[in-house]
Design a protein around this ligand. Structure first.
Ligand SMILES: Nc1ncnc2c1ncn2[C@@H]1O[C@H](COP(=O)(O)OP(=O)(O)OP(=O)(O)O)[C@@H](O)[C@H]1O
Length: 328
């Protein structure tokens, strides 16, 4: 499923002479791949949401391929919940369009059945028991998987007769997640689902998610502040900063097209246009930059190394104005 260009595996290790050398025949990776419509689980075009004069999400154009586990990361207030709320049909766009599983979010019963959503505060009905929640789920969801729900509740050690109001925050989150998964949706949207779970429960839940996507043709979009969780399960990444999508794509491709460059001190503005500088730090003698390049462009005087997901995410999150734009 994943495409990875072999040339990027060798980036920086295979040096040629000559300034700004570009390897002949280098294949270019599209920044905005055109994904056939039937393979797209979420398609946004110029999507925006404004509250009074403030845009919570602006000019969001995205294609999320089906069958992926997508990590949505960004600082507080970046617009993650807004994007997820628009995708779940809980919010109405101020501008642009969003399509989920080929339809308008929340448009009708069939469309509602395609999407499972767990909000940040994992709402449950305090006076209803765990078993009542499962019965409600079965009634409202045409594709309800009763066995999966029962089995998961048993594995979690939740008592079916216990009222949701007497569950801990983490247990309520697990109940809400169980209902969302047992609905057997095509797309599962999770707004910081694991924030309330203990580390072991978090690991197990993320494991469940990975298995469910493999077995059920499920796509997952989940927001998280924990890059380590994203790294563990996600194969697609979206970084939102200040209401805008700063980075989106296949995790392996993103890692393959970004490099940490160490150079004698230089002004990033003098770099070739094919190198996008994401972040730059200078000492008296040297410059360290996180750069994006679709082709192997480097100078013999530079050292190029791979970038980890955390460094990549933090570099984009740290941008108020993209460094490359500021320099050019
Ligand atoms: N109902 C609302 N009314 C007014 N402003 C809102 C409303 N909901 C969100 N906002 C604003 O929109 C922006 C984006 O909020 P959103 O909740 O989408 O961010 P987030 O990335 O999910 O943040 P966090 O990581 O803290 O949950 C914020 O500035 C927030 O104050």
């Amino acid at each position: 499923m994943r495409r990875i260009s072999r040339k990027y595996d060798r980036f920086g290790a295979n040096r040629t002479s000559g300034r700004w050398a570009r390897r002949a025949g280098a294949r270019t990776v599209n920044r905005m791949p055109l994904i056939p419509e039937k393979n797209t689980v979420l398609r946004a075009r110029g999507l925006g949401k404004r509250y009074r004069r403030r845009w919570a999400l602006a000019d969001c154009t995205l294609d999320i391929p089906a069958g992926r586990v997508v990590g949505l990361v960004g600082p507080n207030g970046a617009g993650k919940s807004t994007l997820l709320g628009l995708a779940a049909g809980l919010l109405t766009p101020t501008s642009g369009t969003v399509e989920v599983c080929g339809g308008r979010p929340g448009a009708d019963r069939a469309q509602l059945a395609r999407v499972g959503f767990v909000a940040q505060n994992t709402p449950t009905y305090a006076r209803l028991s765990v078993a009542d929640h499962l019965r409600l789920g079965a009634k409202l969801s045409p594709g309800w998987d009763a066995r999966l729900a029962r089995e998961r509740i048993r594995r979690l050690g939740l008592r079916p007769d216990q009222q949701a109001g007497s569950l801990s925050g983490g247990q309520r989150a697990q109940l809400a997640l169980t209902i969302a998964i047992a609905k057997r949706p095509e797309l599962l949207i999770l707004d910081e689902p694991v924030a309330a779970l203990d580390p072991l429960a978090r690991r197990d839940f993320l494991q469940d998610l990975s298995e469910a996507t493999a077995e059920q043709e499920l796509s997952v979009v989940h927001s998280s502040h924990l890059v380590s969780d994203v790294e563990r399960v996600c194969d697609h990444l979206i970084v939102l900063v200040a209401s805008r999508v700063r980075l989106a794509g296949d995790v392996r491709e993103l890692l393959a097209t970004h490099r940490l460059l160490t150079t004698p001190r230089l002004d990033p503005g003098t770099l070739p246009a094919s190198l996008q500088v994401v972040s730059a730090h200078h000492t008296d003698r040297q410059t360290t930059m996180l750069v994006r390049s679709d082709s192997e462009v480097y100078d013999p005087a530079w050292t190029a190394g791979p970038v980890g997901l955390e460094d990549l995410v933090l570099a984009y999150m740290g941008q108020s104005v993209p460094v490359a734009e500021a320099h050019r």
